[in-house]
Design a protein around this ligand. Structure first.
Ligand code: HEC
Ligand code: HEC
Length: 220
């Protein structure tokens, strides 16, 4: 079951399509606000999922471009993908979690991160964009611009006013105001659902994002 995270994307999406039957029912995208969905995605989902349209590159949950590229090319309608995503928000699986064993998830997806109209908006946004450009790779951050690194790698989980992010999975860094050494250590090692970034970001990038956070946390 856990293997499906690394399994071929088409299989994954089809599993979800089948499991979607009889749970949440069908949702119409006619009344959705995808602009709002994009904002909500960046706040609530980007910390765990790669979606190239949203500029997110997290790897805790499946890469949503990969999950839906195959389904899309197999001719699944956008409305079917919307239903899958909407059901996933309501009924995510709960699986064994282990930081160390690569066969296990790093974290479970919490249920009801968004509800009601917000859930429809996010699902419609994902359905309109996931896999549109094929199997997009997780967007690589190449430079050492601390703010840019923060927005793509950290902002989905952390609020930091200076970067314009409002994630709430991790502590609000404006309130925490952590010094450089603490941020750097946390980024290298991770903790809780926060992934370790050693090997994901270069040493220079880790130093750059830590410097950026230490300098700007608690400031406008
Ligand atoms: C704390 C991390 C986390 C957050 C935040 C999160 N997810 Fe997930 N998501 C996961 C994990 C882990 C899985 C795989 C396990 C499962 O299916 O529940 C997953 C699975 C999915 C899947 C199924 C894809 C597949 O190939 O199996 C979709 C769709 C999805 N998430 C959408 C969302 C949306 C939309 C949001 C925001 C409302 C969101 N996720 C927020 C961790 C997260
Ligand atoms: C998937 C969500 C997620 C992502 C992505 C994430 N964090 Fe975190 N972060 C958390 C959580 C949850 C905690 C609290 C965990 C703990 O108690 O160790 C945390 C804690 C922290 C702390 C507090 C450390 C302390 O000792 O008080 C800092 C600083 C931090 N993160 C910075 C970052 C930076 C910088 C990035 C990007 C390179 C990042 N985080 C990415 C979820 C995340």
């Amino acid at each position: 079951m856990l293997r499906r995270l690394s399994a071929a994307a088409g299989g994954v999406a089809v599993v979800f399509l089948l499991s979607a039957c009889g749970t949440g029912g069908s949702v119409s995208s006619a009344s959705s606000d995808k602009q709002n969905g994009r904002k909500l995605f960046q706040d609530k989902c980007a910390g765990c999922h790669t979606l190239s349209a949203a500029g997110s590159s997290a790897t805790i949950g499946p890469n949503l471009d990969a999950s839906f590229a195959q389904a899309r090319s197999d001719g699944f309608k956008e409305s079917a993908i919307l239903d899958i995503v909407h059901d996933q928000i309501k009924f995510p699986g709960q699986y064994p979690v282990s930081q160390n064993d690569s066969d296990y998830l790093k974290a479970n997806m919490p249920a009801d991160l968004v509800a009601g109209q917000s859930a429809i908006d996010v699902a419609a946004y994902v359905a309109a964009n996931a896999g549109k450009q094929g199997f997009a790779e997780a967007q690589a951050v190449t430079g050492t611009n601390g703010k840019q690194i923060f927005v793509t790698k950290c902002g989905g989980c952390h609020t930091l006013k200076s970067a314009g992010t409002t994630g709430a999975q991790g502590p609000n860094l404006d309130l925490l105001m952590p010094p450089f050494a603490i941020v750097k250590n946390q980024v290298i090692k991770g903790g809780g659902i926060m992934p370790a970034f050693k090997g994901v970001l270069t040493d220079a990038q880790i130093a750059a994002v830590a410097k950026y956070v230490a300098k700007h946390a608690g400031k406008p």
